[in-house]
Write a protein that binds this ligand. Structure first.
Ligand SMILES: Nc1nc2c(ncn2[C@@H]2O[C@H](COP(=O)(O)OP(=O)(O)OP(=O)(O)O)[C@@H](O)[C@H]2O)c(=O)[nH]1
Length: 417
C-alpha cells in the first residue's frame, strides 16, 4: 500500500523554517482528529523532528464540474475551486556543517531525513546569518546550498564505502545486477529499485560494479541523492535589501525550477492582519486590499474591514513594493506547490457516488475527501490506500466509466470511487 508523501523541511538555524511553518501550520484551525496528528511527538528529547501539517493549494475537482458552492472538504478548505489539501511535513531542525560526522546531533537528523520523499531547503538569502545561524552581514548563502547537499551525500557515501569490500564480493558471488546490489544498500533511505535504476540510468556507466573507482561511487551517490531527495530551495528573506545580489548568484548556479523566492515573515504578517480584520488577503497572490482600496473599488462599507493607522499603512505599502509587486507573492504557498510538483503528486478525490460526487447519507456536499498520491501510483494501490483491505468489486471513474486497476492515476483522468 503506498504511504503518504512526506516533505522534509531543512535549513540551518535561523534561516526561517519555523516562520515558514507557522504559515503552513495552523494547528488551531484544524479539526480535532487532525490536531493530534500535528502535535509534536517527542521521542527522546525536545529537539526531535516535528511532524507538521502543511496545506498544498491545488485546483479542486469541484471547479471542473462547476460544483464549487457545494464543495465541503472534510479536511483543509476549498475557496472557489482552490483547495488546500493537508500534507505532512517533517521539520528537520539542527542540521549544521559537519552533521555527517555527528556534529550538532547530525547523524540523528540525517537518519530522520530518510523518511522524506522530497526536501524544502529554507535558505536565508539575505546573508545576515552565518553557516551556524549566528548574526552576521555579507555571508554568501550559496555556501549553505553547497554544504547541506554535501552533508547528505557524504553521509550516504560514508555508509556505502564502509561496506564496499563485502558489497563487491557478494555482488560478484551471486552474479547480481547493480540495481539489486545498490537497492539492498539504499532501501534504508526509502529507495525503490526504480529510484536506483533512474539514478544509474543517468550516468550511463560502462564498468561493472566491482571495478567502480571511488569517483564513480561518488557520482552514483550524487545521482541517487538527486533522485531520492528532489529539493526545492526556498530563498527566504527576499524583503531584505541585501537579498538581491545573492538571488542572482544562486539563480545562475541552480536549476530555476528548483528555486522559489519567499518572505515568510511577510506571509505571517499579512495573515495576521487579515485575521484581525485589517486587510483582505488572497493567500499565494499579490492581492492585499485595505478598507480604502475596497471603497475605491465600489464596496461602500469597505468590505467591513477596520481602519488602519499610518504606521500599519506604511508597512503594508513597503511590503507591497519590496515583495508583492516585485516578486508576485510572498512565495510561501508556492514553496509547497513546487515541492509537490517535483514529487509529481496527484490529487485523487474518492467519492461514494460517482454521478453526483457526493458523500452519500443524504448529504448535499461534494468532494469531501482528497488524497495525494505519488506519480506512477496505480488505481489498485490508490483504492487500497483509501479502503484498506476491504474487498474491491470494481473502480469507477468520473462519468461512471469503469477504470482498470492497473491504470496509473492522473490529474483529471480517473477520479475514483
Ligand atoms: N527579514 C526577514 N526575516 C525573517 C523572515 N523569515 C524569518 N525571519 C526571521 O529570522 C529569524 C529566524 O527565523 P526562524 O523561523 O525562527 O528560523 P528557524 O530556521 O526556524 O531557526 P531554528 O529554530 O533555530 O532552526 C527570526 O528572527 C525571524 O523573524 C523573512 O522572510 N524575512
Amino acid at each position: 500500500m503506498p504511504r503518504d508523501p512526506l516533505i522534509g523541511l531543512v535549513g540551518k538555524p535561523s534561516s526561517g523554517k519555523s516562520t515558514t511553518l507557522n504559515r503552513k501550520l495552523s494547528v488551531r484551525h484544524l479539526p480535532f482528529k487532525e490536531r493530534e496528528h500535528v502535535l509534536i511527538r517527542p521521542r527522546f528529547t525536545t529537539i526531535d523532528p516535528q511532524r507538521a501539517i502543511g496545506y498544498l493549494q491545488i485546483s479542486c475537482a469541484c471547479a471542473r464540474y462547476d460544483l464549487s458552492d457545494r464543495c465541503k472538504p472534510n479536511y483543509g478548505a476549498c475557496v472557489k475551486g482552490k483547495r488546500s489539501v493537508p500534507i505532512e511535513l517533517l521539520d528537520v531542525a539542527g542540521l549544521v556543517p559537519g552533521a555527517h560526522e555527528g556534529k550538532g546531533l547530525g547523524n540523528k537528523f540525517l537518519d530522520d531525513l530518510r523518511q522524506a520523499d522530497a526536501l524544502i531547503h529554507v535558505v536565508d538569502v539575505s546573508g545576515t546569518t552565518d553557516a551556524e545561524g549566528k548574526a552576521t552581514r555579507g555571508y554568501d548563502p550559496l555556501q549553505d546550498i553547497v554544504w547541506l547537499r554535501s552533508e547528505i551525500v557524504r553521509w550516504i557515501e560514508g555508509n556505502l564505502v564502509e561496506k564496499w569490500g563485502s558489497i563487491k564480493r557478494r555482488h560478484v558471488a551471486i552474479k547480481a545486477n547493480p540495481i539489486e546490489t545498490l537497492q539492498n544498500q539504499f532501501s534504508g533511505y526509502g529507495s525503490t529499485p526504480q529510484t536506483v535504476a533512474r539514478a544509474l540510468d543517468r550516468l550511463k556507466l560502462k564498468e561493472p560494479l566491482e571495478h567502480w573507482s571511488p569517483e564513480t561511487i561518488s557520482s552514483v551517490v550524487n545521482s541517487f541523492t538527486d533522485e531520492k531527495f528532489p529539493t526545492v530551495f526556498a530563498l527566504n528573506k527576499i524583503d531584505h535589501p541585501d537579498a538581491d545580489k545573492n538571488i542572482s548568484k544562486i539563480a545562475k548556479m541552480q536549476d530555476p525550477q528548483s528555486i522559489v523566492l519567499c518572505s515568510a515573515i511577510s506571509e505571517v504578517f499579512l495573515r495576521k492582519l487579515a485575521k484581525q480584520g485589517f486587510v483582505r488577503y488572497v493567500e499565494g497572490s499579490e492581492l492585499v486590499d485595505t478598507r480604502e482600496d475596497l471603497v475605491e473599488m465600489g464596496e461602500a462599507d469597505g468590505g467591513g474591514l477596520k481602519e488602519l493607522d499610518e504606521k500599519l499603512k506604511t508597512r503594508i505599502e513597503n511590503l507591497k513594493d519590496m515583495v508583492l509587486y516585485r516578486f508576485g507573492s510572498t512565495g510561501v504557498v508556492q514553496v509547497l506547490s513546487r515541492a509537490a510538483e517535483l514529487l509529481g503528486l496527484v490529487p485523487v478525490f474518492p467519492v461514494r457516488n460517482i454521478h453526483g460526487f457526493g458523500a452519500g447519507a443524504g448529504s448535499n456536499a461534494v468532494f469531501r475527501d482528497c488524497v495525494l498520491v505519488q506519480k506512477g501510483t496505480t488505481v489498485r494501490d490508490c483504492a487500497r490506500k483509501i479502503m484498506g483491505d476491504a474487498p474491491l468489486a470494481y473502480v469507477e471513474g468520473a462519468g461512471g466509466v469503469r477504470v482498470s486497476e492497473d491504470e496509473v492515476v492522473e490529474v483529471g483522468k480517473n477520479d475514483v470511487s
